[in-house]
Design a protein around this ligand. Structure first.
Ligand code: NAD
Length: 422
């Protein structure tokens, strides 16, 4: 069974772009560059715990490409974080930014840690010490982190504050843009918190436009009820979708008539997960996948939709809110069954687009309204979906291959114009 971590995630990521590169005839030197991250930073650092003991942590920052702009990508706090995972995630960021046409590159970082096992004071010390260890490897014109699994706006505030205090007094006010996904009060952008989930909703809306489906007729199952899964579910429910099954690391629940997503969000905030939510049936993890639904939205971790799970699934559309949730075996099964996949680099790009807006606002010290953010986000994502649909029709390929082809068109043009230094 293709359980997580039996294959290299980075290898899967490379194979994904190579398939599109074959289709559009990308030359070898550019493929070789894109198959490798540009820089790999690994740091080991000690942190004092609340009981006075010291613990060593390992942190990563993998910078895949900055050909289109500064390196950009989230920081993950999770016990399974390792070099292979972060390298794959960094590469996906390069293609995501290229696909949606924003002037940013790709990177990803992480610390191998279970954040739920540490106090807030300990986590603050981990974030600050990790930021210090990264030092000049990050910066507002060089490499700009953001939240990801296990990290949040408070942690981004600590990161920014640490970096600002490491900067000279003349630069201290100019470095807010060293990280995005900050709290509003410290220079964050309105709309960033829910941006990824909102982008996932736009993916669903675009598909409805293509197929003539009605949003309010759809039953949706969601894996993961963190930042991305919860905001997507809330926004989709507001548009009339039935959120029928939700699973996270604590359990799986369902309600045929649709879950009350607002109450579920409150429950998860107070209890740390969906388990125990009243007014819902308790389901098994495998029932999250096997319960028939129109749309399945993986919004947790990579390699969750495996071959055996794909065989058991009964749905028409997968929207990859998470990065890398579908294994190659599952993808082959879906292709055979005619199940559509809206790929991660397109489906979850709303987060990095609003991170780009936050960075622009920090640079100019002028802050936008919610309407500005939402209008611009919708326009960028809609155009990206249109471009993928058009490229797919030209190339007669999958949506994932078409998405990579659009991204590669942009990357290859810049590599060819700039050439290789020296
Ligand atoms: P999060 O930490 O807020 O939430 C993660 C969710 O996954 C939680 O509900 C957790 O319970 C669930 N989960 C963890 N392990 C699980 C398991 N084994 N089985 C089922 N559920 C499990 O993280 P997030 O920011 O919502 O990120 C989710 C995914 O979206 C990740 O793949 C991330 O890379 C991707 N993503 C996030 C953003 C963003 O802006 N936060 C942007 C783009 C992509």
């Amino acid at each position: 069974m293709d359980a997580p971590r039996q294959r290299s995630l980075h290898q899967t990521a490379v194979e994904q772009f190579q398939r599109a590169a074959d289709l559009i005839g990308v030359a070898e030197p550019t493929r070789t560059i894109l198959a490798h991250p540009k820089n790999e930073v690994i740091v080991n650092f000690p942190v004092e715990l609340d009981d006075g003991s010291w613990e060593m942590f390992r942190g990563y920052r993998i910078q895949h490409s900055n050909i289109l702009g500064p390196f950009k990508g989230g920081i993950r706090f999770h016990p399974d974080v390792d070099l292979d995972e972060v390298t794959a995630l960094a590469g996906w960021m390069t293609f995501k930014c290229a696909l949606v046409g924003i002037p940013l590159g790709g990177a990803k970082g992480g610390v191998t840690i279970d954040p739920s096992a540490y106090s807030s004071a300990e986590l603050q010390r981990v974030v600050r010490r990790f930021t210090h260890a990264l030092g000049s490897n990050i910066g507002p014109e060089h490499d700009i982190p953001a939240p990801d699994v296990g990290t949040n706006s408070q942690m981004m505030d600590w990161l920014m504050d640490t970096y600002a205090n490491m900067s000279g007094p003349n630069n201290r006010q100019m470095v807010k843009g060293v990280v995005t996904g900050k709290s509003l009060a410290t220079g964050g952008s309105v709309g960033r918190e829910e941006a990824t989930g909102r982008g996932v909703l736009y993916a669903l809306r675009h598909w409805c436009g293509e197929t003539g489906e009605r949003l309010d007729s759809l039953g949706v199952s969601v894996q993961g009820f963190g930042n991305v899964g919860s905001h997507f579910s809330r926004l989709a429910a507001q548009e009339g979708c039935r959120i029928q099954v939700v699973g996270d690391h604590t359990g799986t629940i369902g309600a045929e008539k649709g879950l009350d997503v607002e109450s579920l969000s409150t429950w998860v905030r107070e209890h740390g997960g969906v388990a125990g939510f009243p007014d819902a049936d308790v389901l098994s993890t495998e029932e999250l996948f096997s319960t028939p639904a129109d749309v399945f939205v993986p919004a947790a971790l990579e390699n969750q939709v495996t071959g055996p799970r794909a065989t058991a699934m009964d749905c028409r559309l997968i929207i990859e809110a998470a990065n890398g949730p579908t294994t190659p075996e599952a993808e082959a099964i879906f292709a055979e069954q005619g199940v559509e996949i809206i790929p991660d680099i397109l489906a979850n790009a709303g987060g990095v687009v609003v991170s780009y807006f936050e960075w622009l606002q920090n640079k100019s010290a002028r802050y936008w309204t919610e309407e500005d953010v939402d209008d611009r986000l919708r326009k960028i994502l809609w155009e990206a979906h249109d471009n993928v649909v058009a490229r797919r029709a030209e190339l007669r390929c999958s949506r994932r291959e078409a998405a990579y082809a659009v991204a590669l068109d942009r990357l290859v043009e810049v590599y060819e114009l700039r050439g290789i230094f020296p």
